[in-house]
Design a binder for this molecule. Structure first.
Ligand code: ADP
Length: 213
C-alpha cells in the first residue's frame, strides 16, 4: 500500500511515518530528511537548498521530484509512505506519473488536521536525536534526564534551523498557499481521509490505522 501523509508543518507526519515503518515494514520517503541529508553532505545541491530551507520556503519542484525519483526503485514490499511530498500540485502530478512508471499507484492520502496554535507550540518545543531521528518535545516528551536518547542511547540532540518563529511563519504560509490545494485535489480523486492529528501519538496512530484498513 502506498500512502501520503499530508498536513502542515508540525502535524506529526514524521512521527507517524516512523511508527508505520516499524509496525508495517513500509518505506518512509521524507523529502525533508533527504534535503537535510543533502545539506549536511556538503554537495552542490545541499548548498543550494540550505538557505531556502532555513527560511522556510519551498525547494524547487525539480529538485524534490528528482530525489523521489531516485528512491522509487527501492525494495518496498509493504509500500511507501510519502512524508512531506508532494507539497505542490506539480509534485502531485509528478508522483502519479512516477508511480505509474513503476507499475504502482497511490492507495490513500491521510490528512492530519491540527490547529495553527498547536502547530506553533509543537514546533518551537521540538528537538530530535541527531543519530536515530527520534522526536522529542519539551512539554509532552522531554529529552531523557540522563541525556541519552531513549531509542538509541546517543547524546546528540538537535533543534532544526527552521524551527524558529519567523521561518515557521513562512512554512505555514507556503503550506496554505501551495500545499493545502492538494486536500481538494485528493478529495476529488476519492482518496482523502481526514484524521484528527491533535491527540496523543497512540490515538493518532489508531486513527491512521483505521483510515488505512
Ligand atoms: P515540516 O516539519 O515543515 O513539514 P519537512 O522536514 O518536511 O518539514 O521539510 C523541511 C523543509 O524542506 C521545507 O520547509 C522545505 O524547505 C523543504 N522541503 C521538504 N519537502 C519539500 C517538498 N516536497 N517541496 C519543496 N520543498 C520541500
Amino acid at each position: 500500500m502506498n500512502i501520503i501523509l499530508l498536513g502542515p508543518p508540525g502535524a506529526g507526519k514524521g512521527t507517524q511515518a516512523r511508527i508505520l515503518v516499524e509496525e508495517h515494514g513500509m518505506v518512509q520517503l521524507s523529502t525533508g530528511d533527504m534535503l537535510r541529508a543533502a545539506k549536511e553532505s556538503g554537495t552542490e545541491m545541499g548548498d543550494i537548498v540550505a538557505d531556502v530551507m532555513a527560511r522556510g520556503a519551498l525547494v524547487t519542484d525539480d529538485i524534490v521530484i528528482g530525489l523521489i525519483r531516485e528512491q522509487l526503485n527501492t525494495v518496498n514490499a509493504n509500500g511507501f509512505i510519502f512524508d512531506g511530498f508532494p507539497r505542490t500540485l506539480a509534485q502531485a502530478d509528478a508522483l502519479t506519473n512516477l508511480l505509474a512508471a513503476e507499475g504502482e499507484s497511490l492507495d490513500a492520502v491521510v490528512e492530519m488536521e491540527v490547529d495553527d496554535d498547536a502547530l506553533v507550540a509543537r514546533i518551537t518545543a521540538r528537538s530530535t536525536c541527531g543519530d536515530c531521528g527520534e522526536v522529542y518535545n519539551d512539554n509532552t516528551k522531554p529529552q531523557p534526564a540522563d541525556g541519552k536518547c531513549s531509542n538509541c542511547g546517543a547524546s546528540d540532540f538537535r533543534r532544526r534551523a527552521d524551527d524558529n518563529e519567523e521561518s515557521l511563519r513562512t512554512r505555514l504560509m507556503e503550506y496554505y498557499k501551495k500545499t493545502s490545494p492538494l486536500i481538494g485535489y485528493y478529495y476529488a480523486k476519492g482518496m482523502l481521509t481526514k484524521i484528527d492529528g491533535l491527540g496523543e501519538i497512540a490515538t493518532v496512530k489508531a486513527a491512521i490505522d483505521k483510515a488505512l484498513s
